[in-house]
Design a protein around this ligand. Structure first.
Ligand code: PNS
Length: 160
């Protein structure tokens, strides 16, 4: 395990088992992993930032090297403040690549010392996203195996 600090940023609205798979992989590679929820005024989220942070904290309790935080503004500024040298992102399919490449190159331009590392989640989760989970939950679909039980409960409560 390397001693480096990595940041895993995202919207996490809500956290899925795909995110958790990546977090687990991240803990095996980095000494400290900061899961960072973006405060984004543009989007209409299902859960508030506080709720998303709380859910992430609950479901990552078993990982002592994981910390959950929130940030606004530029990711590179947050990374600098937190002393991180790596941004961790997941790539599920080719369709993710273009957006991720653009973000990684922009972040590199802004902060050349910050490296973006991509990991591939287990193929079971290659179709999974927070958007799909929200849609399924809204339409009454089964969420078993897609999100942790605690998150499933929160989704059911929110969409009752
Ligand atoms: O889960 P998401 O919504 O795909 O995560 C996107 C996120 C939070 C990683 C990205 O929007 C981000 O880093 N936003 C912060 C603003 C920023 O730094 N933008 C410059 C990079 S293009």
């Amino acid at each position: 395990m390397s001693p480096g600090v990595a940041i895993y940023p995202g919207s996490f609205d809500p956290v899925t088992n795909g995110h958790l798979d990546l977090i687990e992989r991240g803990t095996k590679t980095f000494g400290r992993l900061i899961v960072a929820v973006l405060r984004n005024a543009d989007k209409q989220p299902l859960f508030t930032v506080d709720e998303r942070v709380d859910m992430l904290r609950q479901v990552t309790r078993g990982f002592p090297s994981v910390e959950v935080d929130e940030f606004g503004g530029l990711l590179v500024d947050f990374a600098r403040r937190r002393g991180a040298t790596v941004i961790l992102r997941g790539i599920r399919a080719i369709s993710d690549y273009e957006y991720e490449l653009q973000m990684a190159l922009m972040n590199r331009k802004l902060e050349p010392g910050l490296e973006t590392v991509f990991m591939i989640p287990a193929e079971t989760y290659s179709f999974l996203s927070s958007r799909v989970v929200r849609q399924l939950a809204e339409l009454g679909g089964r969420l078993t195996g897609l999100v942790p039980p605690f998150v499933e409960q929160k989704l059911r409560e929110r969409l009752k």
